[in-house]
Ligand binder design. Structure first.
Ligand code: SF4
Length: 584
């Protein structure tokens, strides 16, 4: 599909309606055409087919095995026990699992068309929604996962809810299609009739998806530099005075297309708390009006910031909010993108417990762990609120100290491993979904990553590096959903069993990795990692983490800017006389 046609579909959609409803109600229609598929994303669902079956079905001249992914969004990943149990029960109508996402959401996979409306309706009746979880709009707003009861954390969560509310799209099509027109409290303002123009998004919505997240320094658990807009609170006299904003991050790129590449977000300015949401709207509308609508691969806001320059961008945003006073960005340092796994104090006498979920896949397994059974039993019996982290883990919050043992016992009963038993590298690693459901995947990711990590664990122990956190991430294609480009080591799928290898990001999330190897076969990944670990173990300074070792020995201690990343990319190409990442 040409990029212009996506814009055409949006403008002709009558508030994102298209023919979704009539096709949904027609049982003889097995799947949606591409024009409806474009619109379905705004409603929080993707049409997919089982790629494990695709070739065989084609040989048998049968239709693809169609199904749907549905994504629930909730600001800051906050879910009540009751909402979790509703999602857990809905998973029985899917492939039997839940997938925690890298934007603190929950995904169902394998929903059949006949169940799609019911699943989306039940998600909404739980008090959450799928509206805007995908599509060319503001996606789920991320906030710090850790339920620490201080001013910065509490206000960050509040801000994520304010942003989420401000940027819901307003057409009544969502309620008309999925809720038979029912007016839920959570969608009170989403009642615009056919023909009305969205007050923020207009008729064209945004050029591409738009991602925002809030981090409380020094913890960068939501990976702020990968976001279109990032926010960091600044506390004065016990209250949040304002936020420093970052803009222009984003990691998606396309193999062989050097005009596409990852960028880290950069500081925009500091504004007072009362102005943050209005300034955010000015940023979003700047992208709406100036973002690239001709070429979708270049439509993310990072390309606008790069092409026009941060100064131009800053002035344009300020022009849109003339009464807002802006100040220089504060100096902010982060120390890690890790989640707080295990037990921690909240600061109000209660505890929270972070649990590693392998690749975010909540399922049961005979040999363990049975995450699904464990989490539903905790929700059913202990009723603690849950938080989904940007590293696809789960946190149980508000745990009284005298119920710590009860939670631990349920985890042990279902063989959910304690994070303390894992290597520090294993604890922070994650991979994207990829095959068999993601239509863009070029290689396996989620299904192979635990096996890869187990082999890397052996090497880490051999070099006595089990307590040294290396950030290792994998994706099945260059879109970068699991954020491989700022990892210490990132593997990016390019063909079945083959990955591009990036090295040199940072545990802090504030440095881009460089392309190290164009192609590594999956079976060779442990050997490639071994070379790096052996060098690190032999030549590191006392106490030095891998990110700093690489910075000291390979990039002169300087974090490469996006421009340097690109220049280095180009230099390597010239040196080797071949196009980086061009398909073999
Ligand atoms: Fe799919 Fe690529 Fe995203 Fe992985 S990174 S989930 S393969 S689009």
């Amino acid at each position: 599909m040409s990029k212009a046609s996506v814009e055409d579909i949006k403008i002709a959609s009558q508030g994102l309606r298209g023919d979704i409803l009539s096709n949904l109600n027609d049982p003889s229609v097995t799947h949606f055409e591409e024009s409806e598929n474009v619109l379905l994303k705004f409603h929080g669902t993707y049409q997919q087919d089982d790629r494990d079956l695709r070739i065989q079905l084609a040989k048998e001249k049968k239709e693809k095995a169609w199904s749907f992914m549905v994504r629930t969004k909730m600001p800051g990943g906050r879910v009540t026990a009751e909402q979790w149990l509703i999602h857990d029960r809905l998973a029985d109508d899917t492939n039997g699992t839940l997938r925690l996402t890298t934007r603190q959401g929950i995904q169902f996979h394998g929903i059949l068309k006949g169940n799609l409306k019911d699943v989306i309706a039940q998600v909404n009746r739980s008090g959450l929604t799928t509206m805007g979880a995908c599509g060319d709009v503001v996606r789920n707003t991320m906030a710090p996962s850790h339920p620490i009861k201080d001013a910065a954390h509490l206000d960050s969560q509040k801000l994520s809810e304010e942003i989420s509310e401000r940027f819901l799209w307003r057409s009544s099509s969502y309620a008309d299609i999925w809720l038979d027109g029912e007016k839920l409290e959570t969608l009170t303002d989403c009642t615009q009739p056919v023909g009305a123009e969205d007050p923020i998004y207009g008729k064209l919505y945004l050029p591409r998806k738009f991602k925002m997240a809030i981090a409380v320094a020094p913890c960068n658990d939501i990976d702020i530099f990968s976001q279109d807009v990032g926010f960091v609170p600044h506390v004065v006299n016990g209250e949040v005075e304002g936020y420093t904003l970052f803009v222009g991050g984003g990691f998606g790129m396309s193999h062989g297309q050097l005009s596409t590449r990852p960028f880290l977000s950069q500081p925009l300015f500091y504004v007072k708390r009362a102005d943050v949401v209005n300034v955010t709207e000015a940023i979003v509308t700047t992208q709406r009006d100036h973002g690239n609508r001709e070429e979708r691969k270049l439509a993310r806001m990072k390309y606008l910031v790069q092409s026009k320059g941060i100064e131009w961008f800053r002035e344009e945003v300020k022009r849109r909010v003339p009464n807002v006073e802006t100040f220089p960005a504060k100096d902010i340092r982060f120390d890690s993108v890790e989640d707080h796994l295990g037990w921690h104090e909240q600061g109000d006498g209660l505890l929270y417990c972070g649990i590693y979920v392998a690749q975010g896949r909540v399922k049961n397994s005979d040999e363990g762990p049975s995450y699904r059974a464990a989490f539903s039993e905790i929700a059913e019996t202990l009723k603690f609120p849950m938080i989904i982290t940007g590293n696809t883990n789960i946190i149980f919050a508000d745990v009284p100290k005298d119920q710590k043992a009860a939670l631990d016992a349920i985890l042990a009963k279902h063989k959910v491993p304690h994070a303390d038993l894992m290597t520090a590298t294993h604890r922070v690693a994650h991979a994207c979904v990829a095959l068999p459901t993601c239509g863009l995947s070029l290689a396996e990711s989620e299904r192979v990553f635990s096996g890869v990590l187990d082999k890397i664990d052996v090497i880490l122990r051999e070099f006595k590096l089990e307590n040294d956190p290396l950030l290792i991430r994998m994706t099945g294609c260059p879109n970068g959903c699991a954020r491989p480009y700022n990892a210490d080591i990132g593997f990016v799928g390019r063909a079945p069993g083959k990955y591009a290898m990036f090295v040199g990001g940072s545990l802090r999330g504030d440095r881009l990795a460089g392309l190290e190897k164009k192609v590594v076969a999956i079976n060779d990944i442990p050997a490639e990692v071994r070379i790096l670990l052996e060098d690190f173990a032999k030549n590191r300074s006392a106490g030095e983490i891998f990110s700093d070792f690489w910075g000291r020995t390979r990039v002169n201690g300087e974090a490469p800017t996006p421009e340097q990343f690109h220049i280095e990319f180009a230099e390597r190409e010239a040196r080797k006389g071949e196009a980086a990442l061009t398909a073999e």
